[in-house]
Ligand binder design. Structure first.
Ligand SMILES: Cc1ncc(COP(=O)(O)O)c(C=O)c1O
Length: 471
């Protein structure tokens, strides 16, 4: 078991050790990753670090103590609201990220429903597309709200008729994505807005991904379906600054059309021995650095900066999508509205997971999806300089897989293929649980440097567990 060292250790030595630990982490600096990191280069990162550092110790839990943080938060909320075409009545808070924002939306509407129904004690329900971000499944589980999935059409947009059929007296909210994470398409939010108004049900738009990109994509002249406060039925929007807002990690915004909604988000306790406690969001202590750096990122980039970044991102995305489209064996799924998309195989000869393995052998960090089996990409401006290499490697990878059709049964492709096809999802869940217990167990199986060579991902570990199970 590890113990805190008896004597403090040399700081420089520790930094050197940490540098060594990160050697085998995903390589985002050279744009090898297609998720997780939104990196604009060293200049911007150093600037964010300075701004974060200025507020490193400050705590936004108490806005009276650090009024400058409250000012940043108010201005971030207000700038985001105006970017998303909200009026003076739009209010909101910052949160630590997309998941916290989505959790809060569900909690808010659950509490609002409970208050309004009073005598009716049914379980609140949320209607959301099958493609909605998994944070909403988490919210349903955490807050005991029933998740009701609406079907999506061939373009992975929610089927509005399916939503309409699912509405009942327990419906506390409808959720739509702008865009959804798996396929990058925006739901038909204008139609949902009409439906929501007709039934007087709140409509939440998860624009965690698109909130800080779609407004600029629209200004550049791309066709962007309406998704923001211009639609009268939209009652709240979540948008992440730590994604396409290019802020430090730990920054998102949740906006409501007016305070009648926001009031259900707050937590107030008046009888605690420690005093009267009021908290606007999920966290208690709120890191001041993330709030300050988010404000600074928005100020430093400005509309012009965001427009330029959106232009590069969309040019790169087009190049990628066209390149993928030129390969007859694979295809992009649906018609993505921004810089996030997935592609799959068009022929049984080519396993897309085997293509993923081949891409990883060529140094790319690849995200696999299921339903349908596909590879995923989230494009950032940094990818502009690697797009040709990526497409060349993809062409080669597809050819390799086509030439060796058995590759689907090897490496991670075999594991992912098996896991996506097993109908007993409960079995998979139990095994993931086992894996997590192992990872977070007493010995905490974080791979040390000696074991990095056998770099394992979720599928490989799951595969091992299945093999064990079969014996
Ligand atoms: C559409 C959407 N919503 C919510 C989230 C959750 O955001 P976070 O990872 O910051 O918690 C994501 C993350 O990718 C997302 O794409």
């Amino acid at each position: 078991m590890k113990r805190i060292p008896e004597q403090g250790r040399d700081r420089e030595q520790l930094i050197a050790e940490m540098e060594e630990f990160r050697q085998n982490d995903a390589n985002y600096r050279e744009a090898k990753t297609w998720s997780l990191v939104y990196f604009l280069g060293d200049d911007h990162t150093e600037f964010l670090k300075r701004c974060y550092g200025l507020y490193f110790s400050e705590n936004a839990l108490n806005p009276m103590a650090f009024s400058s943080l409250k000012r940043f938060e108010s201005e971030v909320v207000s700038m985001t609201a105006s970017m998303l075409h909200g009026d003076q009545q739009v209010v909101g808070t910052m949160t630590s990220g997309g998941t916290e924002s989505c959790l809060l939306a569900v909690k808010t509407y659950r509490d609002r429903a409970r208050k309004r129904w009073r005598i009716w004690t049914g379980k609140p329900e949320m209607i959301a597309p099958e493609t909605v971000h998994v944070a909403f499944e988490k919210a349903a589980e955490y807050f005991d709200v029933k998740m009701v999935h609406a079907r999506v059409d061939r373009n992975y947009q929610v089927d509005v008729k399916s939503v309409a059929r699912l509405i009942n007296r327990n419906t506390a909210l409808i959720v739509a994505s702008a865009p959804c994470y798996p396929f990058g398409v925006v739901d038909p939010i204008d139609q949902l807005s009409r439906l929501a108004l007709k039934h007087r049900i709140p409509l939440h738009v998860d624009a965690c991904l698109g909130g800080f990109l779609l407004p600029w994509v629209e200004r550049l002249g791309y066709p962007v379906p309406p998704f923001d406060f211009r639609l009268p039925g939209v009652t709240s929007i979540t948008a992440d600054i730590h994604k396409y807002g290019f802020a430090a990690k730990g920054a998102s915004v949740i906006l409501y059309r007016n305070q009648d909604y926001l009031k259900h988000q707050f937590f107030i306790h008046t009888d605690w021995a420690g005093g009267i406690y009021a908290s606007p969001a999920l966290l208690g202590t709120r890191p001041g650095g993330a709030i300050a750096a988010a404000w600074a990122a928005m100020q430093a980039l400005g509309e012009e900066g965001y427009l330029d970044l959106a232009r590069t991102t969309m040019d790169t995305t087009r190049k990628l999508i066209d390149g993928i489209g030129s390969l007859p064996e694979i295809e992009v799924l649906g018609q993505p509205h921004m810089s996030v998309f997935a592609y799959r195989s068009r022929t049984p000869e080519v396993s897309i997971y085997a293509v993923g393995d081949q891409m990883e052998r060529r140094g790319w960090h690849i995200d696999r999806q299921q339903k349908p089996e596909s590879l995923h990409a989230m494009v950032t401006p940094g990818h502009a300089r690697v797009v040709d290499r990526y497409l060349a490697d993809l062409k080669e990878s597809v050819a390799t897989v086509k030439g060796s059709p058995n590759l689907y049964a090897e490496g991670q492709a075999a594991m992912y293929g098996m896991i996506s096809k097993i109908p007993l999802r409960g079995l998979i869940k139990n095994n993931v649980l086992k894996m997590m217990l192992e990872m977070y167990g007493p010995q905490g199986s974080i791979p040390d440097l000696g074991r990095q060579a056998e770099k394992e991902d979720l599928a490989t570990r799951l595969g091992r567990l299945f093999l064990r199970l079969r014996h």
